[in-house]
Design a protein around this ligand. Structure first.
Ligand SMILES: [Zn+2]
Length: 157
């Protein structure tokens, strides 16, 4: 059985991933320039260029884990700071206090750090849900075909 577009019957159909790959060009360019004091400098440009059609057939973008990683990192740093740093000019802070005692002493800062970590946990839950949606979308994209004749895309099982 020949592969045909269900909308117009054309045989000129390709998977989205193929259309995307064919329309995307990765380039690596090197350029040499001379600076004002007569030195040669070399720079290079790397990137990819996609045609409008390739962009139309681009895979779904994965969700970024950066927000929750950043919230965890920042929260961890604040808690660590609260457990290790003591302002010697303040009353009640002594050299050699245990991390636990310092945490209690700097409880406001520790609370801020802990709420940042809690916030990071919420962001991670959201990211998890997005990642599930993304993998479903990615699977669908992998079995979606594009018709060059009518411009419609359709799923093939
Ligand atoms: Zn078609």
């Amino acid at each position: 059985m020949a592969m045909q577009c269900p909308s117009c019957g054309s045989a000129h159909i390709q998977p989205m991933s193929v259309v995307h790959a064919n329309g995307t060009q990765h380039f690596h360019a090197t350029h040499t320039a001379v600076t004002l004091d007569g030195q040669f400098v070399q720079g290079s440009t790397q990137g990819s260029q996609a045609t409008v059609l390739a962009q139309h057939c681009a895979p779904p973008a994965p969700p970024s884990p950066i927000p929750f990683v950043a919230a965890y990192g920042l929260g961890g740093a604040v808690v660590y700071h609260a457990a290790t740093v003591c302002d010697l000019f303040e009353r009640g802070c002594r050299v050699g206090m245990s991390a636990m005692a310092l945490l209690l002493y700097n409880w406001k800062q520790a609370a801020i750090g802990l709420s940042l970590i809690a916030f990071g946990w919420l962001l991670m839950k959201g990211w998890h849900a997005q990642a599930k949606v993304y993998s479903a979308a990615k699977r669908q994209w992998q079995s979606t075909w594009f018709c060059h004749a009518c411009g419609q895309s359709h799923l093939r099982g």
